[in-house]
Unconditional design. Structure first.
Length: 446
């Protein structure tokens, strides 16, 4: 297994800094702390980290100045800004100066962990990290191994959390480009006005705030593989520019007329039916055919049930304490086998991680430690006091928020992107709220 990512937390408020570090460690990552920008630079001179999360407002050296200093020697190190509501524009300006993303105070622990997960450097999947116990999974990975050495563009489809990114890493690790970069871009997580410059790069002065030239993700991946994760979330206008880059195998940075030749293997993923997106006018037909040269589809975990227990054992080994081996008792294992795992592999991993924290000191993970968010396969939902009375959503405001979300989902026919637009929030924020409601056992429209 790969070592967990190491995160440098830069925050001059000791209480908040400790809380951030505790949350990151709870998520299974390593945390290094710095009380100031100067302290952070000292830490970076002594050890390597995988990402930096820094407050914007700090004495002596603020987050933006720290960013400028870090970018001198670490131009590609993921750097996340923490900002208050009144400083959103400052955070956006910081992203133009090279910050990777920002967190808006106040935020919940799951938002922070999701950010760390997305910023975590992607490493090629080891053979031991890939579970292929189910015949359907083995079939897909068999096809992947055959096409890996070819440079054909690959489109991986499947539900969120089913392992598309792991499959993409497997393709890269079995290709002739294994010693070259593997660069991933989450098209759903990057603001629309930033995605173009993130992909294609820009020259100094290309727009207000572009104080230095910056290579885009395609340039960073040159010679290797680029993963365009959740490609269906890309705006139509940018799809046209992407199509030209894929056709011509060259690009021009924003603010430049210099042509940069590309030698990049492209893998795209989607959790939507792209043909339906094309029919609805939300995705370009010509781009779809350009990407769909070799399609691979990963079935949801509930349809490849032979993978469930091997994955559970893998995650149990990953999250168990070094000095205390853990094991599942029979009722716990049976509950895992029967669950629907609507969140797929990602939900299963989160469930096992929680269980390693909840279990008793004897090292035995029991049925009560396995908390799932869906009813069991083949079983009627069990009515409990929580479901009869409905979850406590902290007052009328939360209840009204729940009602608004349900109304938006029903009005949009279950289409989350359209529902988010109706609510006036980002798709990412809606996903967080839906995940929270599912954890509370709230019934949501299909």
């Amino acid at each position: 297994m790969n070592q967990p990512a190491k995160v440098l937390v830069v925050e001059d408020d000791a209480t908040l800094r400790q809380a951030l570090c505790d949350t990151i460690k709870f998520g299974g990552y390593q945390a290094v702390e710095a009380s100031s920008g100067v302290d952070a630079l000292s830490q970076l001179s002594q050890e390597c980290v995988d990402m930096v999360i820094s407050d914007v407002q700090m004495d002596h050296m603020d987050g933006r100045e720290l960013l400028r200093q870090v970018r001198v020697n670490n131009p590609e190190l993921p750097f996340v800004m923490i900002t208050a509501h009144g400083s959103v524009q400052g955070a956006v300006d910081a992203m133009r100066e090279g910050a990777t993303d920002y967190l808006l105070k106040p935020f919940e622990a799951e938002v922070l962990l999701d950010m760390v997960s997305r910023m975590e450097p992607l490493r090629a999947a080891d053979a031991g990290d890939v579970i292929m116990s189910d015949p359907e999974t083995a079939k897909v990975y068999g096809l992947a191994q055959k096409v890996a050495s070819n440079d054909a563009t690959i489109l991986i489809s499947g539900e969120s959390g089913c392992g598309k990114e792991v499959l993409a890493q497997y393709l890269h690790s079995h290709s002739n480009r294994v010693d070259k970069p593997f660069v991933a871009v989450n098209c759903a997580a990057i603001p629309e006005n930033m995605l173009e410059s993130m992909l294609f790069g820009y020259e100094k002065g290309a727009y207000t705030g572009a104080h230095q030239a910056r290579a885009g993700k395609f340039e960073q991946a040159n010679g290797g593989t680029i993963l365009l994760d959740e490609i269906s979330e890309m705006p139509l206008a940018l799809q046209a520019k992407l199509l030209r880059v894929l056709q011509e195998r060259e690009l021009e940075r924003l603010g430049s007329d210099k042509v940069i030749n590309l030698d990049v293997r492209v893998i795209a993923t989607t959790n939507r039916n792209l043909m339906e997106e094309v029919a609805e006018g939300r995705f370009r037909e010509d781009l779809y055919y350009r990407l769909n040269v070799f399609p691979l589809h990963l079935a949801p975990l509930r349809e490849r049930r032979a993978d469930i227990m091997p994955l559970a054992e893998l995650f149990l080994s990953k999250y168990q304490p070094a000095d205390r081996p853990l094991r599942l008792d029979l009722p716990a294992a049976e509950k895992i086998r029967r669950a629907t795992w609507q969140g797929n592999v990602r939900e299963l991993e989160n469930c096992i991680q929680r269980a390693t924290i909840l279990c008793q000191p004897d090292g035995l993970v029991r049925e009560a430690d396995i908390v799932t968010t869906e009813p069991l396969c083949g079983a009627e939902p069990i009515e409990s006091e929580a479901t009869v009375d409905q979850p406590r959503l902290d007052g009328d405001l939360k209840q009204r928020e729940h009602e608004l979300i349900c109304e938006a989902l029903e009005a949009s026919g279950g289409k989350k992107k359209e529902a988010a637009e109706r609510l006036g929030i980002s798709p990412r924020t809606l996903r967080y709220k839906l995940a929270r409601l599912r954890q509370l056992g709230v019934a949501l429209p299909a």
